[in-house]
Design a protein around this ligand. Structure first.
Ligand code: GLU
Ligand code: MG
Length: 428
């Protein structure tokens, strides 16, 4: 059994113990040095505010335990996700999962709201031959053999609730979506889905790669997050036929917060240097902090409801994210930004219709429209100067994250885009 945490670099790391002793470790926790969170995506620790000092406890959450049974072809895998506590039992103020939970608790206690969300993951699978013309093709299903059915079976067994599995646009590219879930469970499922996908691919001697891009100019692997709100009785409260963009006032201000702070929290959702290769116009990802109905190039897409469909399914989709982001930081950023919108009662900006770059600078400014930062370095600079994001995270947490990501940027110095991509492809 491996007790695991997702670190700032979006990698999942852990420590193992015999399954027979798992109850003991749920009670006592498993020791961890704070600097473990500072391992960069590529494996090296460059800088850490904690150095060799300090001790934390990984506290396994038994509800997140996953068993992947590979039958005869590979040993079974077991892991459980953890919160990080200090030795006196309090949540550690720099723990990504606890930070998300704190935001969700505030959403509940201050506004009587719960987040209902679902992740979609795109990735490349090495077990198919490169071939042209196979975008979304039935033949892609044939080529991948039993990988997707094994994967969906493993996710089902692990309680991760997969919803759909499909070939995507790129050669060897696939997508698996999760059913929506309340609160932290949705982010837990994102971590579980990535790891189970990697595990099922490894068992077949292949690799599932979640790198945001696989080469300069090539199709991106996005992570899209569908968001809606419920009241404490589980009733959907996002839709209002009379509201701006058919959103209830609560949903409208929550969404306005995400749009207003998207450029400031972006490194929490697009966390690698090559994430910014994906966040460009004409890539079906996101290039602006814009809201738009049914537009797959919007930072936030208002998802359609077909005629007669239940309004309970009304949701928006955040598209400026990928799997180099820690799912707790990604969802946490959206929750804390939404809270900011609620507390300031921010108005919903006008949605865009078409390419935002065609708007005049005056019109763009009047709508609060900004081009997303063009590089991780630029995005980190904006985040560092954001008093708002600092107020959500606190100094120690924000600085640790920034140091981690600035280290990542320094490790890539002098490499061209394809050499950078190769490094991420190797570890994601
Ligand atoms: N692959 C695109 C991305 O990088 C998304 C395509 C889609 O809308 O499914 O986000
Ligand atoms: Mg897709």
């Amino acid at each position: 059994m491996l007790a695991c945490i997702a670190d700032y670099g979006g990698r999942v790391r852990g420590k193992g113990y015999p399954v027979a002793e798992k109850e003991k470790y749920v009670r006592r926790g498993v020791g961890l040095a704070p600097t473990n969170l500072m391992i960069t995506s590529f494996g090296a620790i460059v800088n850490s505010p904690w150095g060799a000092r300090g001790d934390l406890l990984m506290m396994p959450d038994p509800a997140t335990e996953v068993v992947v049974d590979h039958g005869d072809i590979w040993p079974a895998e077991r892991f459980v996700l953890c919160d990080l506590n200090t030795l006196d039992g309090a949540p550690w103020m720099c723990c990504p999962r606890s930070w998300l939970k704190a935001g969700l608790a505030r959403l509940e206690s201050t506004y009587g709201l719960r987040l209902y969300s679902a992740f979609e993951h795109e990735f490349h699978y090495s077990g198919v031959q490169e071939s042209g013309g196979n975008a979304y093709a039935l033949d892609s299903f044939r080529q991948q053999g039993d990988f997707l059915s094994r994967l969906v079976g493993a996710l089902d067994e692990a309680g991760v609730e997969p919803e759909m599995a499909m070939p995507e646009y790129g050669s060897g590219q696939f997508e698996v979506t999760n059913s929506p879930a309340i609160g932290v469970t949705s982010a837990d499922r994102a971590v579980q889905l990535r790891e189970v996908t990697r595990s099922v691919a490894r068992a077949k001697g292949e690799k599932a790669c979640f790198s945001p891009v696989m080469g300069a100019g090539l199709v991106g692997n996005g992570v899209h997050v569908h968001l809606s709100l419920q009241d404490l009785d589980g009733n959907p409260v996002s839709y209002d036929a009379e509201g701006a963009c058919e959103m209830s006032s609560q949903m409208g201000t929550f969404v306005a917060g995400i749009l207003a702070y998207m450029t400031e929290f972006l490194p929490l959702t697009a966390s690698s240097a090559i994430s910014y290769e994906r966040l460009q116009p004409n890539r079906w990802s996101a290039a602006y902090n814009n809201l738009s109905a049914q537009d797959r190039e919007a930072g936030l897409r208002i998802c359609p409801l077909a005629e007669g469909a239940s309004k309970a399914g009304f949701n928006v989709e955040y598209r400026a994210s990928d799997a180099t982001a820690n799912p707790y930081l990604l969802l946490g950023a959206l929750v804390w930004a939404g809270l900011e919108g609620l507390s300031k009662n921010l108005p919903l900006p006008l949605p865009t219709n078409g390419d935002p770059s065609t708007l005049s600078p005056e019109e763009a400014e009047a709508r609060g429209l900004k081009r997303l930062p063009a590089s991780l370095g630029e995005a980190l600079g904006i985040m560092e100067n954001s008093n708002t994001v600092r107020s959500w995270m606190g100094d120690e947490f924000l600085e640790a994250f920034l140091v981690n990501k600035q280290s990542e940027v320094s490790l890539l110095e002098g490499l061209d885009i394809n050499a950078q991509v190769a490094k991420y492809v190797d570890c994601f």
